[in-house]
Structure formats: C-alpha cells, structure tokens
Design a protein around this ligand. Structure first.
Ligand SMILES: CC(C)(COP(=O)(O)OP(=O)(O)OC[C@H]1O[C@@H](n2cnc3c(N)ncnc32)[C@H](O)[C@@H]1OP(=O)(O)O)[C@@H](O)C(=O)NCCC(=O)NCCS
Length: 147
C-alpha cells in the first residue's frame, strides 16, 4: 500500500452501500427453513412491519438493507449478525438501528447519520445505505487526497 493509499483511507467521507435481492429467494428460504430463517435474519419489529400482499418483497428489501450495511463496515473478518441491523418504520420513510456488537463497532468507528432507502417490486427488492465516517472513505470511491 502506498502513502497515497493511506491518505485516502484517512480522509473523512461518506460510505455508501447497496444490495439487490430477488423476493423469490426470500420466499424459498421461508418455505425451506421457516421460522429458523426468520428468527436468524429478522427482528420481531421487522416481521410485524412486513404485512400485506407485498410482505415478501418488503422482507426482501430489509434483507437487502442488512447486506448493504455489511458493505459499509468494509471488514471481511467482521461477524455480521443480521438481527443486529434493523430497519424500523412501516408505511413511511424507513430508518436503521444497529444493536449489540455492530452498534459498538459503529460507535468506535465514529459513524454518524446512518441512512437507508428501500424499494421493491414483485421481482426485485433493493436498499441503498450511507453513513458519514471520520477518517475513512468508501473503498473504490475514486476519492483522492488533496494535493
Ligand atoms: C413513498 C413512495 C415514494 C413509495 O414509492 P413506491 O414506488 O410506491 O414504492 P417503492 O417500492 O419504491 O418504495 C417503498 C418503500 O419506500 C419507503 N418509503 C415510504 N414512504 C417514504 C417516504 N416518505 N420517504 C422515503 N421512503 C419512503 C418505505 O421503506 C417503503 O418500503 P416499506 O413499505 O416496505 O417500508 C410513493 O408512494 C410516493 O409517495 N411518491 C410520491 C412522489 C410522487 O408524487 N411521485 C410522482 C412523480 S414521479
């Protein structure tokens, strides 16, 4: 790693993450694993929020949000318990809450203003997340240190 790379890693910035999920995959996991799947992945609030004819797509969007937040941590060795990443809110703008070890890690890394946006159709569900981090930039963001 060059000195310029290290400068990039210490530049304050916004990290972004996204993920795309097919609701049919969630449907299949529900069919095969049932409550073992839902208990491992979703919180009670998330399960209560995802009702209606598009319940599976809404769960898929929340699954995508968890994967997208995992990208924000940018640490392949970090354990990511899915229920420690929670999408809160139903029927309006969603928000993210972190719990347990991931909340501790985010606090240590100085995360501020964690945000999420969801979208879903019958075939696709997606999430985009972003967070402000002091002293870091998203890998591959193309950012360069000031000359
Ligand atoms: C809220 C709105 C943007 C949702 O869009 P949509 O295409 O119906 O649905 P999407 O699948 O893209 O998004 C659904 C998600 O949006 C999120 N959402 C809902 N209201 C929101 C709001 N006010 N702000 C941000 N996100 C919102 C929710 O997370 C929702 O998923 P959930 O119900 O599972 O929690 C839309 O219903 C709306 O109010 N549009 C008004 C804007 C407008 O007038 N557009 C017309 C010009 S193009």
């Amino acid at each position: 790693m060059s000195a310029a790379d290290l400068d990039v890693l210490t530049t304050p910035g916004v990290r972004m993450g996204c993920d795309l999920v097919e609701p049919s995959e969630i449907e299949e996991s529900l069919r095969v694993f049932g409550v073992r799947f839902t208990d491992r992945v979703f919180t009670e609030r998330e399960l209560r929020a995802c009702t209606g004819s598009d319940a599976i797509a809404r769960l898929a969007a929340r699954f995508a949000a968890k994967e997208a937040v995992a990208k924000l941590f940018a640490d392949p060795d970090l354990a990511i318990p899915p229920t420690e990443i929670e999408v809160v809110g139903s029927g309006g703008a969603p928000a993210l809450e972190l719990h347990g070890s991931l909340a501790d890690r985010a606090r240590r890394d100085g995360w501020r203003d964690l945000r999420v946006s969801l979208s879903h159709t019958r075939c696709h569900a997606m999430a985009v997340v972003c967070v402000s981090c002091p002293g870091t930039v998203s890998p591959g963001s193309g950012a360069r240190p000031a000359q």
